[in-house]
Design a protein around this ligand. Sequence first.
Ligand SMILES: *[C@@H]1O[C@H](CO)[C@@H](O)[C@H](O)[C@H]1NC(C)=O
Ligand SMILES: *[C@@H]1O[C@H](CO)[C@@H](O)[C@H](O)[C@H]1NC(C)=O
Length: 238
Amino acid sequence: MYPTTENRMFILAINIIIIIVAADVVQCGIPWKAEKHKGTEKKHERLLNQTHEYGPKIRAIFLGDSITEGWLYNGHKVWEQFYKTCNAFNYGIGGDRTEHVLWRIENGEFDNIQPSVIVLMIGTNNIHCNTATDIAKGIKVILNELQTKMNRSKILLLSVFPRGGDIMDKNVAAINRIIQNYHDNSHVFYLDVTNSFEHSRGKVVDELYIEDHLHLTEKGYEMWNKVMENEFFQLLNQ
Ligand SMILES: *[C@@H]1O[C@H](CO)[C@@H](O)[C@H](O)[C@H]1NC(C)=O
Ligand SMILES: *[C@@H]1O[C@H](CO)[C@@H](O)[C@H](O)[C@H]1NC(C)=O
């Protein structure tokens, strides 16, 4: 039996409604145009306070989304052991996309501080919204704005972490292929973590990830530290 024209129209209408509802939930932006992340006002205020309170004591910042924010949770033990003691501070906000990080840079979170090292990992939340090329452009603008604001800081740009599933991971790899060229090895450095977090394309190392194959377990943060610590501490102590 073939669907009647009326049925087809009905199915089409339902699909359009689903698309509109989904778009409303995601509210995609332009990766290189600063945009306030609605619903994270408290977190932003807490980070402004952190900057004001610690100011010149801040030697390193970790900037990114929920995966960075997770240093406060699943990564807590590793953080205490390796990063807290060297005055590193967490500036991760869950759900952040590149445009949100830009907004935070332009709205006070990094005013009047000059950390030695900025660890940046961002872009995975843009994948639902934007092409790899556009996401990479957003990351480029973030690097420029960070360098302008904190011109004595070294930036350690990390590859976007692998994600489970072929389509997701293809997008991650496409972003990384572009941003791997963003380093100059004098102010911006690049570290690819991919091989430590996946067996092969789209097949992440299970024990490093929680079930969503996006966020990390405690072992995941141990691995993050393991792949990064040499370069991080070298940059910190230069
Ligand atoms: C930020 O600091 C102000 C002033 O000390 C305080 O009133 C406010 O509660 C703090 N906000 C957060 C989210 O911690
Ligand atoms: C860094 O920024 C400060 C303050 O904006 C400025 O005075 C200084 O000239 C800048 N240094 C370089 C190397 O751009």
